[in-house]
Ligand binder design. Structure first.
Ligand SMILES: [Zn+2]
Length: 498
């Protein structure tokens, strides 16, 4: 008897759902009504007018038909507005304080504290609801972010990247501490004499390193292929065999491999190995560095073709160079948007003699025109490579490398907006930019069951925009509300409060 009743009840439910309005009884919900939705599910951003209902942290309903919503919830009128998935920046370093190296951090604890308290909100202010920290991070910093009332979802690559012994970026640290702060370094026989005795090679094989990285709660392994820049000595780099083992082991552990590299040499090797993701674009053209700004040498093309064929994730990080170039451009510090993401006291410090230390280190003796000329050419090469990849079906993953150096030219959040605009200027269509920062990143980092599109069951991370991001790149600076794990946040709540 009981069984029959149940069958009847479920039949009635099916009937009522198809024939009349869907009904939701909410306890902690949001109903965004009559909004233009760019959902992105299965990569489809075709806009449609409809409704989204969330309950708690999750999306409960996405559809054209207006549902019946009851209980405890907030209704948001979406008429004339656009709803997109929250943005994902898959290459940041939240461990850094923009514009400061170790010495300045020590000397300015109050500025550092003010910066750090604002930093998570600054990413959200520009719509970045998910971040992947691509380098070392400490449990203390993870806990600090976790404890903030408003912060993006944070993913990471363990306590350190899988740098080869004495290679990039551990070469930046003093020899006395570089091994200690790079617990996941890879042992190289060729460096054996320069590795302290206490480190057992067996603990620093690709297999041992990947295991440790997984155990730290990481979602990816970060490796590096960098022979040096800015006049550095030739640095050791991983062999092909090491890269292959890192990738195989990462996959066995459910992780992805993303590798730093921006030179032709690096991109060629990484393409051959077929790593999952290259964490930078290809702007360092080696023998072709003086090539014209408007045509792609055949050799560069063939490397990019291989990336397209293998669908290797390509992270343009166009703001890496731009974040240095702007140090020669005082107008950068006058941008009113900077005041939204960086505390005023810090901006004042950036202008000071002490705050200009890195600008001096890079550009002392160069005029702004000379800096623009040098950076303009390399940037144009990066733009060309990206455009080629975009035009020919490459897999573009949005990532900024914020900050890529101790420059104040890569501010949290605002740098993501700069990256979006630069991608647009380089010729990437708006739809591909949106995909790169949402579905593409989510799939590449195995986060697609959680984020990256507006779909039932996913985290309610969404942006309500007052302009259409498929028509105007400025839409990304016209954010009305940020919906963060189902909480509605007004954009202005996220800016610097002085
Ligand atoms: Zn980086």
């Amino acid at each position: 008897m009981k069984k029959i009743c149940l069958v009847l009840i479920s039949a009635f439910l099916v009937f009522s759902c198809t024939e009349s309005k869907k009904t939701f009884e909410l306890t902690h919900g949001v109903h965004i009504s009559g909004v233009t939705i760019l959902a992105g599910e299965n990569g489809d951003f075709s806009p449609f007018n409809g409704h989204v209902v969330t309950e708690g942290e999750k999306i409960l309903y996405v559809g054209e038909a207006e549902p019946k919503v009851r209980g405890e919830y907030r209704k948001i009128e979406g008429k004339g507005k656009y709803l997109i998935p929250g943005l994902i920046d898959s290459h940041v370093h939240i461990t850094e304080v923009q514009g400061m190296a170790y010495q300045q951090l020590e000397k300015n604890p109050e500025l550092v504290a003010g910066f750090k308290a604002q930093m998570p909100r600054s990413y959200l202010y520009f719509g970045f609801t998910t971040l992947v920290n691509l380098g070392g991070i400490s449990q203390d910093l993870i806990d600090f972010i976790h404890d903030q009332p408003l912060k993006p979802d944070l993913y990471h690559t363990g306590w350190s990247g899988a740098s080869v012994a004495n290679g990039y970026p551990m070469n930046f640290a003093p020899e006395s501490i570089r091994f200690e702060i790079t617990p996941n370094f890879i042992y190289l026989e060729s460096e054996a004499e320069n590795i302290p005795d206490q480190y057992d090679p067996a603990d620093h094989t690709p297999e041992a390193v990947v295991k440790r990285i997984r155990e730290s709660g990481a979602i990816a392994v970060k490796a590096y292929y960098e022979t040096g820049f800015h006049g550095m000595a030739d640095l050791p780099v991983p062999t092909k065999e090491i890269l292959v083992r890192l990738q195989e082991e990462a996959h066995k552990n459910g992780l992805v491999l993303t590798v730093h590299g921006n030179s032709l040499e690096a991109h060629a090797i990484l393409s051959e190995v077929g790593v999952d993701i290259i964490a930078h674009g290809l702007w360092n053209w080696g023998a072709y560095k003086s090539a014209p700004k408007d045509s792609l040498p055949e050799e560069i093309k063939s490397v990019l073709d291989k990336q397209i064929e293998k669908q290797i994730g390509y992270t343009p990080t166009l703001t890496v160079l731009e974040g240095e170039r702007v140090l020669a451009d005082r107008a950068f510090l006058d941008d009113p948007r900077l005041r939204k993401v960086i505390p005023g006291a810090m901006i004042t410090w950036y202008r000071s003699e002490e705050g200009q230390w890195f600008a001096k280190e890079l550009f002392e003796g160069y005029s702004p025109e000379e800096v623009n000329e040098i950076y303009g050419r390399i940037q144009a090469h990066g733009d060309l490579a990206l455009k080629y990849l975009s035009d020919n079906g490459g897999l573009i993953l949005f990532g900024t490398d914020t900050p890529s150096a101790p420059t104040y030219g890569n501010p949290p959040g605002l740098n993501g907006y700069a990256e979006i605009r630069m991608m647009h200027e380089a010729g990437v269509p708006l739809g591909k930019i949106l995909a790169s920062a949402t579905v593409n990143n989510a799939a590449a980092f195995h986060l697609d069951s959680l984020v990256g599109s507006i779909a039932v069951g996913k985290r309610a991370n969404m942006l309500l925009l007052t302009k259409n991001p498929m028509e105007e790149v400025e839409a990304y600076d016209h954010i009305d509300k940020i919906i963060l794990g189902g909480e509605v946040v007004e954009r202005e709540e996220l800016s610097v409060r002085e």
